[in-house]
Design a protein around this ligand. Structure first.
Ligand code: AMP
Length: 195
């Protein structure tokens, strides 16, 4: 099963992706996680991405397209994958279509989590509290200034991705404001699984 999860920061993509991983045994491919790992490892890619990410802007399309290209044909993705945080621009969505066509693959569903923007800051603050309580480190871009820019990037560059898939009849939407179990149930419904 090959899925794309769309939604703004704090929409619950990570939470739902983790549940899908457990349920279907397919990996979550988060370009944000891959980039953070590159930053932590101090690779040239990480050095290129670090400041852009901290500001809350999007890194150049080519960087993330190459990351995804490498991963989707790896053995771990033989049964499918969940794309979380990619594609984030229409150019990335087009590039993904080309990558998949080259590999004779297609997407089973693109699911957008719809959320009330006013709730997003509170959700991210809550995520930070939980992380700190667990002794973790809060993301450098989870502060109000970067979050504002991330939301602007979402509106300007990622919202058109939903329209791109809607035009192709591939977009399913789920109410991301509902309790976590209900969101999971709507996703199951969207991908045609009866639970
Ligand atoms: P995320 O963990 O998905 O919230 O991503 C964190 C940051 O990584 C974003 O604010 C961007 O700077 C960068 N990033 C992650 N995925 C992408 C993508 N598909 N395109 C461009 N930048 C990305």
């Amino acid at each position: 099963m090959r899925l794309v999860l769309l939604g703004p920061p704090g929409a619950g993509k990570g939470t739902q992706a983790a549940r899908l991983v457990a349920k279907y045994g397919i990996p979550q491919l988060s370009t944000g996680d891959m980039l953070r790992a590159a930053v932590a490892a101090g690779t040239p890619l990480g050095a290129q991405a670090k400041e852009i990410m901290n500001r809350g802007e999007l890194v150049p399309d080519r960087l993330v397209i190459d990351l995804i290209d490498l991963r989707i044909c790896a053995q771990e993705c033989a049964s499918g994958f969940i794309l979380d945080g990619f594609p984030r621009t229409v150019a990335q969505a087009r590039a993904l279509d080309v990558l998949l066509a080259d590999k004779h693959m297609n997407l089973d569903a693109v699911i957008e989590l719809l959320v009330d923007e006013d709730a997003l800051l509170a959700r991210v603050e809550n995520r930070n509290r939980v992380t700190l309580k667990a002794g973790g480190v809060v993301r450098a871009d989870d502060n109000p200034e970067s979050l504002k820019i991330r939301l602007e990037a979402y509106r300007a560059q990622t919202a058109p991705v939903s329209a791109y898939y809607a035009e192709r009849g591939a977009l399913k939407q789920a109410d991301g404001m509902a309790p976590i179990d209900e969101v999971s149930a709507s996703i199951d419904g969207a991908i045609g699984v009866r639970v």
